[in-house]
Design a binder for this molecule. Structure first.
Ligand code: LLP
Length: 420
């Protein structure tokens, strides 16, 4: 039976939950817990859904590396022909190490350093998404010092409200991102006169976990107006990048499919010859991954019962940080009535919870799967409380590839020393 759960390749069978062909219990036995477990089939299906929605349109899907930057994940997308949206030199190094094509890399972010610019120019990336006038000047200077021309798009802030969590909305005038809509024309005029800058496109990104396509369509209209105005001044663009942001189902959300999300955008761009680019992160990896964890203790309380697990806010920060909901299911539920638990980690903070008020039929030592953890899980993990980071495995049919070994205390102490 397929569970009514957000991870498409997760099924419940006699051996408990299996991902593709592999029992989660076997993964825990072999690799320990906590472990991030990803499904290659789910990653591939999510990417193909975008490709199908885009059809024959000249387009490029640039996976937003920040959502999950593990080499194993990047290599899946590189083999599918994806481009990549990066925000640091570190992410560029990862893309290249995973076999990604530098020419399909776009570099976003408000604080690019000179070193990062140099590295990106040396590597021959496809485009810099420039976010301020000062950045444009710096990029022109760095490119000049290397005898190169830097391909650019301005990230334009369209000032639309994406109706999402305030921490992850990025396209309002009050946000730090992009150049103001009202300044964009002048900046393009200025860029067109700089000797070491080559104008290539335009970009916008309004926020994340978007469930409604309307704000994106509104942004696209504004961007299109600008593109046409630029063309009338002889500044011709070869691509239009509409960012990422499509949401996923964590609990009971009903996000549009890529086809539904892209339809109003594609309609607006029909007959135009600019390439269309997108920077999806969460919608490509979020529901292709889960965090597998074991219950260390059950602790009945006066007001609440606690299930203390071996994963914590350092492994998956989203609940503590955004009060985000992640479905938590027993890998092999017991045939007993469920008890209501606070699912918490071992870290010394009351904010260290993975889920509130969860009904689970479990006992000490049982495995839990924390779902929808493929995006902004591992990449936002930390070593808080000197906890080694989790292992990561990628399930591919009946095979399981370790794509990141569990950290050891040796890794953690490396580079540190006490006073002599
Ligand atoms: N492009 C740019 C310029 C971005 O800033 C982002 C995400 C993306 C693309 C990818 O957006 P996505 O398709 O994943 O929504 N840590 C938060 C999410 C922060 C998103 C930041 N920017 C979370 O865990 O919900």
């Amino acid at each position: 039976m397929t569970l009514a759960l957000p991870v498409p390749t997760l099924t419940a069978g006699p051996a408990g939950l299996t991902l593709e062909g592999v029992a989660l219990a076997d993964i825990a036995a072999q690799f320990g817990t906590p472990t991030y477990v990803y499904s290659r089939a789910a990653l591939t299906a999510a990417f193909n859904a975008y490709q199908q929605a885009l059809g024959l349109r000249k387009s490029l899907v640039c996976y937003a590396v920040k959502a999950n930057s593990s080499l194993g994940i990047l290599s899946v997308f590189a083999r599918l022909g994806a481009g990549f949206d990066i925000v640091s030199g570190g992410e560029l190094a990862r893309v290249l190490a995973a076999g990604g094509d530098a020419g399909k890399v776009i570099f976003s972010g408000v604080g690019k350093t000179r070193d990062e610019m140099r590295y990106a120019l040396e590597s021959g990336i496809g485009c810099f998404n420039v976010e301020s006038a000062a950045e444009l000047d710096r990029l022109n200077e760095v490119a000049a010092s290397m005898g190169k021309r830097a391909p650019i798009a301005f990230r334009v802030n369209p000032d639309v409200n994406p109706n999402t969590h305030p921490y992850i909305s990025t396209g309002l005038r009050s946000n730090k991102f992009g150049v103001a809509f009202t300044e964009a024309l002048d900046l393009y005029r200025k860029a067109s006169k700089l000797p070491n800058i080559e104008i290539s496109g335009i970009d916008c990104h309004i926020g994340s976990q978007l469930l409604d396509p309307a704000p994106m369509a509104e942004a696209a209209d504004k961007i299109l107006g600008l593109v046409d105005q630029l063309a009338s001044e002889g500044i011709k663009l070869d691509h239009i990048d509409l960012g990422g942001g499509l949401g996923i189902r964590y609990r009971d959300e009903e996000p549009p499919t890529p086809t539904e999300y892209l339809a109003p955008l594609l309609a607006r761009f029909e007959g135009r010859d600019e390439a269309l680019c997108f920077e999806p992160g969460r919608s490509l990896v979020g529901n292709a991954g889960l965090l597998l964890t074991r219950i260390e203790y059950l602790k009945p309380g006066v007001e609440k019962n606690f299930a203390i697990i071996d994963a914590a806010m350092n492994d998956l920060a989203r609940p503590a940080l955004y009060d985000a909901y992640h479905e938590i299911v027993a890998v092999a539920p017991r045939n007993v009535p469920a008890t209501r638990y606070e699912v918490v980690g071992p870290i010394c903070e009351s904010g260290d919870f993975l889920g509130h008020d969860r009904d689970l039929a479990v006992d000490t030592g049982d495995l839990l799967a924390i779902l929808s953890a493929g995006a902004y899980g591992m990449t936002m993990s930390s070593n808080y409380n000197t906890r080694p980071r989790a292992a990561e495995v990628l399930v591919d049919g009946s095979e399981v590839h370790v794509i990141r070994e569990r950290e050891t205390l040796e890794h953690l102490l490396k580079g540190e020393r006490p006073l002599p």
